[in-house]
Design a protein around this ligand. Structure first.
Ligand code: ADP
Ligand code: ZN
Length: 210
């Protein structure tokens, strides 16, 4: 099954994508994680992406489309995959169509802007493996330390309050139109994001069965 997760930044789509990934044993491809890894490793693509991500803007379509093309051609995607954070614009969705990639299901995790602003301030990510945590809602076993790899938990630069507002603005103008795009193809399922992560996961699994 080929699945897309849509939703505002901080809506929790990455977390849900990981749950589905485990259940269906297919990889999750997060363009955000790929870009952050490139930034960390100082690759050419990372350098190009830096100014965009850090100010909360989208990285240009040709760069992210290139990333996805390369990643989806790898062997582990043959049995299905989950996209987290791609597509984020109509041209990116059209690029998937042009690659001949059939999407089975689009799960849109809906969370209000207010709740997102509250959530983002508590989000922490592992500097080593990228796993995501929250100071209130998804605490690591040991403060400041990643459960899965022992790495240090840090706040992402783009989770700073003013950047979050910019990312929400970009989400509403650039990404939200994808809901209609996939609705008209009969692929869209809406999941109301809950305070509790496990509750959202139940709703997500249910949406996948419909
Ligand atoms: P979130 O979903 O929490 O906003 P991501 O980790 O998915 O964050 O992405 C972080 C940043 O990486 C985005 O704000 C954007 O700058 C860049 N990015 C990720 N995916 C894309 C994409 N498909 N198109 C353009 N930019 C992207
Ligand atoms: Zn880690």
């Amino acid at each position: 099954m080929n699945i897309i997760f849509l939703g505002a930044p901080g809506a929790g789509k990455g977390t849900q994508a990981e749950k589905v990934s485990e259940k269906l044993a297919i990889p999750t491809i997060s363009t955000g994680n790929i870009i952050r890894a490139a930034l960390k490793n100082g690759t050419e693509m990372g350098l190009k992406a830096k100014e965009y991500t850090e100010s909360g803007r989208l990285v240009p379509d040709d760069i992210v489309i290139g990333i996805i093309k390369e990643r989806l051609s790898e062997d582990d995607c043959k049995g299905g995959f989950i996209l987290d954070g791609f597509p984020r614009t109509i041209p990116q969705a059209q690029a998937l169509d042009e690659m001949g990639i059939a999407i089975d299901k689009v799960i849109d995790i809906e969370v209000s802007d207010d709740a997102i602003v509250r959530r983002m301030s508590g989000r922490r990510v592992c500097a080593k493996c990228g796993s995501s945590y929250h100071l209130e809602f998804n605490k690591p076993k040991v403060d400041g330390v990643c459960d899965s790899c022992g790495g240090e938990l840090v706040q992402r630069k783009d989770d700073a309050a003013e950047t979050v507002l910019e990312r929400l603005k970009v989400y509403h103008s650039e990404t939200e139109p994808l809901k209609d795009f996939y609705k008209s193809k009969g692929k869209l399922s809406i999941v109301e994001g809950q305070e509790n992560i496990a509750d959202t996961t139940s709703l997500t699994f249910k949406a996948l069965e419909d």
